[in-house]
Ligand binder design. Structure first.
Ligand SMILES: Cc1cc2nc3c(=O)[nH]c(=O)nc-3n(C[C@H](O)[C@H](O)[C@H](O)COP(=O)(O)O)c2cc1C
Length: 286
């Protein structure tokens, strides 16, 4: 490791891994070794963290029973029976088909706002820290030839989008997950389907089916598509050209945008109070 000096060769390799990474959703029977899973968690630990909170936490799952339980929570869709009828099969989750998974959580007590308020900012750090860890895990897994996919997760999603009242913690009763931990994502892992032996080359998919229906190519466009060009001069010119109603409209939209940010912040504070109260109630009822 000490021999690894930054330079063109290392950049070539790292850049190659970054470009090669693709979401894998179909896995072979080949097991991912426990040592490899530990190495992946280590990659997650080396991710940056806002305020150096280092509050990312991890659970390694290797047993099918546990993967299945997690899968049931993540994919407990309210419209499951309708999907089954339409597709003629269960919308089986990806996690269940994986050989292992790493659940990424945050210890929210370490990014506690204390007396500073601004709860909404701190909570975002938890999500961002976890995302940094997840990406590290995906990249190292790719470098190791282990197929991987980022599965989004959060208790909020479970209550709203997926309309499930089941909590992540309930799916994993063998693990003591403190109430002040939040789940932010799951990395499903395994060797890509068709690679059952060490000497078989890994096959990362070049495209994917979204929710079993829409084909979405995953190759990326060229840099211009993603780069926002510098255009301040153009903006200034535009401002000078704005007249009458356009100026009024622009000002109104600006006010609306500011109001919506302030409303979101208030909402966030209200949520934080309710969560703190319910946490306190839970603690005192124990
Ligand atoms: C925040 C985040 C959440 C994601 N959640 C899911 C998910 O729940 N299920 C899934 O199959 N893929 C999920 N993905 C993977 C994306 O669908 C995938 O990265 C994207 O389609 C691009 O394909 P690629 O990863 O092969 O480049 C997620 C990716 C990110 C970054």
């Amino acid at each position: 490791m000490e021999d690894l000096r930054p330079g063109r060769d290392v950049a070539e390799v790292v850049g190659g891994v970054i470009r090669q990474r693709r979401s894998t959703r179909h896995f072979s029977d080949r097991k991912v070794s426990h040592d490899d899973l530990l190495r992946l968690v280590e990659a997650g630990i080396y991710a940056p963290s806002g305020h150096n909170s280092q509050n990312q936490r991890f659970i390694i799952l290797e047993q099918f029973k546990e993967l299945e339980a997690l899968d049931r929570v993540r994919f407990s869709w309210p419209y499951k029976s309708a999907v089954k009828r339409l597709m003629g099969r269960d919308p089986k989750g990806i996690i269940r088909g994986a050989r292992a998974a790493i659940v990424v959580l945050s210890d929210d007590s370490l990014t506690s706002p204390g007396s500073t308020g601004e709860y909404f900012i701190w909570r975002d750090l938890n999500v961002q820290n976890s995302a940094a860890s997840i990406q590290n895990i995906l990249l190292l897994a790719t470098a190791m030839g282990i197929g991987n996919v980022w599965i989004s997760a959060s208790s909020k999603m479970n209550f709203t989008r997926l309309l499930s009242s089941r909590r992540w913690a309930e799916a994993l009763p063998e693990y003591e997950i403190p109430a002040h931990y939040s789940v932010h994502g799951v990395v499903a892992l395994g060797y890509p389907r068709g690679t059952n032996a060490d000497d078989e080359p890994e096959v990362f998919p070049a495209g994917e089916r979204k929710h079993g229906v829409v084909w979405a190519p995953t190759e990326r466009g060229n840099l211009d598509h993603y780069l926002i060009p510098r255009c301040r001069r153009k903006m200034k010119r535009m401002k000078g050209q704005l007249k009458g109603w356009d100026v009024v409209r622009l000002q109104l939209l600006d006010k609306l945008a500011r109001a919506s940010v302030s409303f979101t912040q208030r909402l966030d504070r209200a949520i934080s109070h309710i969560e703190a109260r319910s946490r306190k109630a839970r603690r005192s009822s124990r």
